[in-house]
Design a binder for this molecule. Sequence first.
Ligand code: GTP
Ligand code: MG
Length: 192
Amino acid sequence: MKSVACLNEAPRDQLPEIAFLGRSNVGKSSLINSLLGTKLARTSSTPGRTQLINFYLVNQKFYFVDCPGYGYAKAPDSIRNQWHRLMEEYLESREPLKLNVLLLDSRVAPTPLDEQMLEWLMAYQKPLTLVLTKIDKLSSNELREAHRRLQRWTQNSSFIDYSAIQHIGRRELWREILNALSAPLRSPVVRS
Ligand code: GTP
Ligand code: MG
C-alpha cells in the first residue's frame, strides 16, 4: 500500500495496525509473506534491505506494518539516527497500532539491541507478542536450548516458534493477531 520515511506520509484512515519488529535479517518480511501466503513483502539475504516503514493493507480492514530492522552493523550513523527518529515516533504515538510482534532469531542469542527494543515495547504498554524465527534451521536439541535461553531472557514470557519456509506457527500467530484486532477499544472509566 505505502512505504514511508516519515509519519506524515503514513495512512490516515485509522485502520488498526500490527507492527513487525526485529533485527535486520531476522525474517520480518518473510514472516509477513508467510502469514499472507504471498510474496508481497520484499525479502533479502542482504541485511538492512527494508529502510522504510511499509504498510500492507490486508482485506481492506487492517495493516501489517513491516518495520525497518535494527542492528545492521554496517549502517552509517545517519541511517541509524533516521531509524531511531522514525521508530520512536511510530511506536510512541501511533494511535492505530494494536499489537507489536517482536521477532528474535532462534539461532542467535538476543543482543543488547533486542533487550533495548523489548524494554522500549514494554514501556509503551501495548500488547506484545514474541516470535522465535527460522526454527527450521535448528535440530530439536538446538531448539530446546533456544527455548531455554529465551525463557531466561524474558522471565518466562510466552512466545511462538515460527518457520516462514514451513509455515510453522502461522495458525498460532494469526490467533494472536485476530485477538488483538478484536480487543475492545479502551474506554475511559465513567463514574456515576
Ligand atoms: P530486513 O528487511 O533487512 O530488516 O530483514 P527481514 O527481517 O525482513 O528479513 P527477511 O525476511 O528479508 O529474511 C532474511 C533472510 O532470512 C532471507 O534470506 C530469508 O529467506 C531468510 N529467512 C527468513 N525467514 C526464514 C525461515 O523461517 N527459515 C529460513 N530457513 N530462512 C528464513
Ligand atoms: Mg525486510
